[in-house]
Every structure is written in C-alpha cells, then in structure tokens.
Design a protein around this ligand. Structure first.
Ligand SMILES: NCC(=O)CCC(=O)O
Ligand SMILES: [Zn+2]
Ligand SMILES: [Zn+2]
Length: 333
C-alpha cells in the first residue's frame, strides 16, 4: 500500500455503508409504540378542553373529551398513558384530601377509560402537590416535610388509584421509603399482582419543569423542592435512590428529566439491567425541541433524541410528543 498510514483494521466505514447494516449497528434503539407513554392532564369539568398556553398542542381534558382523543390515538397505536389530575373546584388543604376523595377526577375517570379502551395501560401519577394548599409534594409539620405522615399519605393515595383500576401507580413525590409503603398497601389489599409500581426513582430538582407547573398550578406557595428532589449534579444520590427503590420492590425505575441526564440513565441501566427503565422527557425539554425547527426538521431532532435515550438504556419514554411520534412512525411504515 502506498499510503502507509492507512490500516485496514481501522476502517470502520465498511461496516455501515448500507441502511440495513446501519440498523445492525444501532441495536436496541428502535422506537415502537410500546416504548412511548403519553402524559395526560385531566380536569374535573367533564366537557372541558383547554389548550395549555405554555405547551403547544397539549390540552387539558375533561373525561368526555379525553376518551375520544385517546380512542383516536389508540387506533393509531398508543399503548399507555400517565394521568395527572387537576382540581379547580375541589378544595386544596394541608394533607391533599382531594387526591383520593370519591370526586377526584382521576378516581372517577379510571373505570370509564378502562371500559372504553380495555387494552390501554393506565398509569397514575401519585403526588400531593396538585392537591395541597401549600403546594409541596408531602405533608408539612412546622414548615418541614413530615416523613412518616407523607409516606403514609402517598401510600393511601396510591391504594385509592389502584382500587379504582390503575394498572400502574407512579409516585413522583420523592419521599424516602414510599415504595415499600405502597407495595405493603397493595399486598394488604391483594392487589400486588394486579398493579405495578413505577418509581420516579431519580427525579432531579430541575429548572425544566416550568411549563408543567403552569399547567398543573402545582408550584409550592413557599420554598422549593430541593430537600426532596435530587440535586442535579449528584449521580451518587441517584445511584442510592435507585438501589433503595429496587430493594423496596419497585417494578420500574425512572430518570427525570431525560436528555441532560443520560449519564444517569446509563448508570441506572447498567446497575439494574433487569428493571425496565423509563425516562420522563419533561415539559422544558418539550418546549426546547418544539422550538428546534419547523416540520420535518423538528421531527428529525425529536426522533434522534428518542434514539439517543434508547441507546443510553431507556426502555420507555414518557413524552408529550406521543401523538406526533405515532404519526411519524406511521409515515415510516
Ligand atoms: N411529576 C410530574 C412532573 O413533575 C412533570 C414535569 C414536567 O413535565 O415538566
Ligand atoms: Zn409533587
Ligand atoms: Zn412532579
């Protein structure tokens, strides 16, 4: 060979010059409908449908508008949703009583959604912040999180959603030991083999939740969530939180937000390869990607982002883009 610096064993391009070969070089990164979960906002007012001003193409629905919208998505392949309840007339109080009262919109909607869409997997976000007068995710005593009271209450709310028919309860509150308390409550009520627990195990105190908090009106009245959500720089606490939740029986783990935290995704997947891992692509990520270009340009950014999340170890991505992703997948087939 005349160009002595060229070496055959260092030529990689021979392995990916064709689209089919490139697919083999990207194992376990495909996006199919079961890799996507759609978060939905549910209002008390049955016939309401309100655009969310901070999130283009996202709506808050009453049950009578939600079911037709979901039916259309299920027809296009949607397989799972994550429900967030919003109260406007029910009272907010220090213990978040409206989270599991019989009039709670989630509790009322669960049997109706299951009847209309029996194959759809329904996860319920479990937290107190949409229902507490102070807006914190747990119960406060003298202004600080009361650990045992908070855990007890989170387990009670989880059980109420499980009894109402949720397939998955997903505690997002970040109170230590809640997974064991929820699993115990499911056991005591013989629901342990009918309901899974998706732990928001590695949820960071991120500044990327802004549009969501506008939507949910769930910002704390005073203070912030830094004493329970994880510090964004701490991979150590994320590792310990995932280990704790695995030990307490979590069925599924989560990293939230997604894109800036892919190192945490990889770390968690490497340590717990046998636990399906979720990413929550949060409202701030949604806003950033929405502004990344027009039409197919933005769609390419979105799909690359999802591919990279899969490469990092995510099995399922919770994303407000679910309807658009189903469209994109339909175009490809
Ligand atoms: N517990 C759910 C969230 O906090 C969601 C945040 C977001 O989408 O920004
Ligand atoms: Zn909360
Ligand atoms: Zn939250």
């Amino acid at each position: 060979m005349s160009d002595l610096f060229l070496s055959p064993e260092h030529v990689l391009q021979g392995g990916y010059f064709h689209a089919t070969l490139r697919k083999l070089q990207e194992p376990n990164t495909s996006i199919e409908p079961h890799n996507i979960m759609y978060p939905v906002f549910l209002l008390e007012d049955k016939d309401a449908m309100q655009a969310v001003s901070s999130m283009p193409n996202v709506y808050r629905y009453g049950i009578n508008k939600l079911i037709p919208a979901l039916t259309e998505l299920v027809d296009r392949g949607l397989q799972s949703i994550l429900i967030f309840g919003i109260v406007e007339t029910l009272p907010k109080d220090p213990t978040g009583s409206s989270a599991d009262c019989p009039e709670n919109p989630v509790i009322k909607a669960l049997p109706k959604i299951k009847e209309a869409l029996p194959n759809l997997v329904i996860a319920c976000d479990v937290c107190l912040c949409p229902y507490t007068s102070h807006g914190h995710c747990g119960i406060l005593t003298n202004g600080a999180i009361d650990h045992p009271e908070s855990v007890k209450r989170i387990a009670e709310v989880s059980l109420a959603y499980a009894k109402a028919g949720a397939h998955i309860v997903a505690p997002s509150d970040m109170m230590d030991n809640r997974i064991k308390a929820i699993k115990d409550a499911l056991f005591e009520n013989k629901l342990q083999n009918q309901v899974s627990v998706l732990s928001y195990s590695c949820k960071f105190a991120s500044s990327m939740y802004g549009p969501f908090r506008d939507t949910m009106k769930s910002s704390p009245m005073a203070g912030d969530r830094k004493c329970y959500q994880l510090p964004p720089g701490s991979s150590g606490l994320a590792a310990r939180a995932a280990a704790r939740d695995v030990a307490e029986g979590a069925d599924f783990l989560m990293v939230k937000p997604g894109l800036p935290y892919l190192d945490i995704v990889r770390q968690t997947k490497d340590r717990y390869p046998n636990h399906p891992l979720f990413i929550y692509q949060v409202s701030g990520e949604y806003a950033m990607i929405s502004k990344s270009g027009e039409g197919s340009e933005m769609e390419a950014v979105l799909m690359e982002t999802l591919l990279c999340m899969r490469r990092a170890g995510a099995d399922c991505i919770i994303t407000y883009f679910a309807p658009l992703i189903l469209n994109i997948l339909a175009k490809k087939h």
